[in-house]
Design a protein around this ligand. Structure first.
Ligand code: HEC
Length: 140
């Protein structure tokens, strides 16, 4: 494919498109290139915004999770006492996150070592999981 250049040879457009892109571009090419660039930019920008929106939506957590964390889990998980994975400690959480929500919930419900069942709270599964999700999101 040849692209028409200002002052260059007329472009040969190998396809029988009607009108050929080169003909469409030729008359006031710069304006049209600008237009195309704007469209491309708008697309990229739009996609960027959409992904930001999607990220924001994905990070919308059940507020009960943060509340439970701050009442029941913070005592150990903010300080890392007794080797509790600390909130915000990416290295400590990475392998737990990799093990999956089910595995983390299993331990959150039943306890393990110094981790008491349900963090010694009376939270239901949904709230407990929201608290785990809250900690996970703060520790990615
Ligand atoms: C008394 C301290 C203490 C409290 C309170 C506590 N935790 Fe823990 N938690 C720990 C300790 C210690 C570990 C590490 C257990 C281990 O691996 O030996 C842990 C580990 C975890 C893990 C990682 C499980 C895994 O996959 O290994 C999760 C999830 C968790 N706690 C959630 C919670 C939640 C949710 C709360 C509040 C509802 C809470 N914890 C309250 C001490 C605590």
């Amino acid at each position: 494919m040849q692209i028409a250049r200002p002052g260059g040879q007329p472009a040969k457009w190998p396809y029988n498109s009607d009108p050929p892109l080169a003909d469409w571009l030729a008359p006031d090419m710069e304006m049209k290139m600008l237009k195309l660039a704007r469209v491309a930019l708008a697309l990229v920008f739009g996609a960027g915004l959409a992904s930001v929106a999607a990220t924001a939506a994905a990070q919308t957590v059940n507020p009960a999770g943060e509340k439970l964390y701050k009442t029941a889990c913070i005592a150990c998980h903010s300080t890392g006492v007794a080797k509790a994975p600390k909130l915000g400690d990416k290295n400590a959480w990475a392998p737990l996150i990799a093990s999956g929500m089910d595995a983390m919930m299993e331990i959150a419900v039943k306890g393990k070592g110094a981790m008491p069942p349900r963090g010694a709270s009376s939270a239901d599964d949904a709230t407990l999981q929201a608290a785990v999700e809250y900690m996970v999101q703060a520790s990615r």
